[in-house]
Write a protein that binds this ligand. Structure first.
Ligand code: NAD
Ligand code: UD1
Length: 339
């Protein structure tokens, strides 16, 4: 089976994808600098998979560290998760974001070109669509200038990879635009472990549920939506991981640029999320309404039919599954991988 280099494979989405790659018979190799991950995740992956997954400590911005992996292994394809992802932080640290994300991706693509590895799968985001003109979002929806350096790095990397593919037509470039990944592996062994105060909704909710935080603030209840709170397309991280396996199965050595939305196609409001989570919890999650958060789009959900028709992939986990698995992970690991 094919050997797949997984940059950022120790992170939240990367670790779940590594597990599904092993299950599907691929041979993943993890490459990560642990800037936003803990080494403990490697043991957890081993527990789930029943074998250790090869691992290199390194930084994608350092050519020689990546080149060493390609020199020592025949890499058939790369799934590229490594990067910085905190939207708010990117506004204060734009140069760090362009360096890590755009420059890091440039070095990675250069190493791939030099070693004749032609399969590239990239973690893009629905953030490239900005404030939607129409819903649901299809892969043809216009790309808008991002309202954060983080979002702009996603757009820049998408263009860079496509331009490389035009220059080297035998490349297969897959751009996967994720909607809102949540949840955790059903074993409760791996999950999302943000550093500091969570920026994103689900980790904030789970930390309130286990008593690490007092109360969820719902940012805005005066939006033009049925209940006044923002709408998103939440997708279980295991479905997202399986989307990568489907993309590999379909696009490996298929020259061209392939773009897919990975979402469920269903939008839920923040209040829907609180209700669904409260059901799993068995009592109401403490929450209050707070002012809108700058930069939030009102509503965003995918048309996921292209991935269904071409990759044969659909998200199968329900909102209840997402809440149950996120809570299970947090309950078993109240302090994340630090336990
Ligand atoms: P994460 O922070 O958990 O994982 C990223 C991993 O990359 C971490 O393990 C980190 O240590 C590693 N890393 C960062 N910079 C590196 C570098 N220079 N060299 C080597 N390793 C490096 O994030 P995640 O949620 O798993 O996201 C993975 C990818 O998916 C990111 O590119 C992110 O932008 C993208 N994405 C995430 C979301 C989301 O909501 N989580 C949504 C859309 C897109
Ligand atoms: C955020 C990023 C987006 C990125 C995505 C990855 C911003 C503006 N956008 O999207 O670029 O691609 O993460 O998943 O940061 N909410 C609360 N209270 C909280 C936290 C969140 O009410 O404590 C609300 C938000 O206002 C939003 C929804 O929950 O309506 C989802 O928020 P979040 O999980 O941060 O994701 P996005 O904003 O969709």
């Amino acid at each position: 089976m094919a050997t797949i280099l997984v940059t950022g494979g120790a992170g939240y989405i990367g670790s779940h994808t590594v597990v599904e790659l092993v299950k599907a018979g691929y041979d993943p190799i993890i490459f990560d600098n642990f800037s936003n991950a803990k080494p403990a995740v490697l043991d957890r992956i081993k527990q789930i998979c029943g074998r250790r997954v090869p691992f290199y400590a390194g930084d994608i911005r350092v050519y020689d560290q990546l080149a060493q992996v390609f020199a020592q292994n025949k890499i058939d394809g790369v799934i590229h998760f490594a990067g910085l992802k905190a939207v708010g932080e990117s506004v204060n640290k734009p140069l760090e974001y362009y360096d890590n994300n755009v420059n890091g991706s440039r070095v990675l693509l250069q190493v791939m070109r030099d070693y004749g590895c032609k399969n590239f799968i990239f973690s893009s985001s629905s953030t490239v669509y900005g404030e939607p003109d129409a819903l649901p979002l299809t892969e043809q929806s216009p790309i808008k200038r991002a309202n954060s350096p983080y979002g702009q790095t996603k757009i820049d990397i998408e263009y860079m990879a496509q331009e490389l593919q035009h220059a080297h037509p035998d490349f297969s470039v897959v751009l996967l635009r994720y909607f809102n990944p949540v949840g955790a592996h059903e074993s409760g062994l791996i999950g999302e472990d943000p550093q500091g105060i969570p920026n994103n909704l689900m980790p904030y909710i789970t930390q309130v549920a286990v008593g690490r935080r007092e109360c969820l603030s719902i940012f805005g209840n005066d939006y033009p939506t049925p209940d006044g709170t923002c709408i998103r397309d939440y997708i279980h991280v295991v479905d997202l991981a399986l989307g990568h396996v489907a993309a590999l199965n379909h696009c490996l050595d298929k020259a061209g640029v392939h773009i897919y939305n990975l979402g469920t196609g269903v939008g839920y409001s923040v209040s829907d999320m609180v209700k669904a989570f409260s059901k799993v919890l068995g009592h109401e999650l403490p929450h209050k309404f707070a002012p809108r958060r700058a930069g939030d789009v009102v509503a965003c959900y995918a048309d996921a039919s292209k991935a269904k028709n071409e990759l044969g992939w659909v998200a199968t986990h329900t909102l209840d599954d997402m809440c149950r698995d996120a809570y299970n992970w947090q309950k078993n690991n109240p302090n994340g991988y630090d336990d």
